[in-house]
Design a protein. Structure first.
Length: 108
């Protein structure tokens, strides 16, 4: 799937998702580091990419407010970036871009 990682999403998880076959673009690679969340979400949507973020509150609020997007994954912080990527990869099975908003939580 086409994914877009905002600037707070860990790069090692991005690399792991790429190794799993996902096309992931980061906000830094796209020149949007430091850009406001609504603008980053709009950019990811314009590219047809689902958003990856640790910034759950802001992106879930944008979703509730009706912002256009191609999907949002909000994840809880996890120092095990490979496990995080595995959980996201598993959640992607059967999904296609659309206006969904999913949480990917770290197990207790």
């Amino acid at each position: 799937m086409l994914l877009y990682a905002d600037e707070d999403f860990p790069y090692p998880a991005v690399e792991a998702l790429r190794l799993m076959g996902h096309d992931v673009l980061t906000a830094q690679e796209d020149g949007l580091a430091g850009t406001a969340d609504p603008d980053v979400l709009a950019r990811s949507h314009s590219l047809g990419r689902a958003m990856l973020t640790y910034n759950r509150r802001h992106y879930e609020r944008l979703h509730r407010q009706g912002a256009d997007h191609s999907g949002i994954f909000s994840a809880t912080q996890d120092p095990d970036h490979l496990a995080l990527a595995d959980r996201i990869n598993a959640a992607l099975v059967g999904l296609s871009p659309g206006r969904w908003c999913l949480r990917v939580n770290r197990p207790p």
